[in-house]
Design a protein around this ligand. Structure first.
Ligand code: CA2
Length: 144
């Protein structure tokens, strides 16, 4: 099994500001956690972060035929991007949405998730551990 972890804009800035919302862990800590989870589960995991909507759409399209699962935190594009939703639908790869913060308890504009309309599961408010949980969910459901 092969999983692609996708992160949207500003996730690379984790740990630098707003620790009260996103925690103290850095983007580098997140990459370490993803690599550690890959070792533990024995599956291949690639990760990609971009601040650009089209680049994320390109990466989702390129995943077709190559990946068996997608873990995605579209960050701010969660709440705006029909293009990312359509890309996920177009490749039809099982996907889990992750949000580091508890978006449910935040501003009204964060209450809509376009990507979430495709994803079969959403994990929110678990900090960066949400990524590990999402990878384990996909591995247990779709094989190793
Ligand atoms: O909780 C999440 O994972 C979010 O997807 C994070 C996004 C936010 O726009 C979503 O509503 C929820 C923000 C990404 C990180 O932004 C930072 C802002 C300040 C300092 C560091 C990162």
């Amino acid at each position: 099994m092969k999983i692609l972890v996708l992160n949207g804009p500003n996730i690379n800035m984790l740990g630098i500001r707003e620790p009260g919302i996103y925690g103290k862990q850095t983007f580098s800590d997140l990459l370490d956690l993803i690599n550690q989870t890959a070792k533990e589960t024995g599956i291949a995991i690639d990760q990609y972060q971009s601040n650009h909507e089209g680049a994320l759409v390109d990466k989702i399209q390129a995943a077709y035929g190559d990946y068996d699962g997608i873990v995605i935190n579209p960050a701010a594009y969660t709440h705006t991007s029909v293009a990312i939703l359509d890309a996920l639908k177009s490749v039809s790869i099982p996907a889990v949405e992750v949000h580091i913060s508890d978006v449910d308890s935040r501003e009204a504009f964060r209450q809509i998730s376009y990507a979430g309309m495709y994803c079969e599961k959403t994990i929110k408010g678990q900090g960066i551990d949400g990524y590990r949980q999402a990878i384990i969910y996909l591995t247990e459901k779709y094989g190793s």
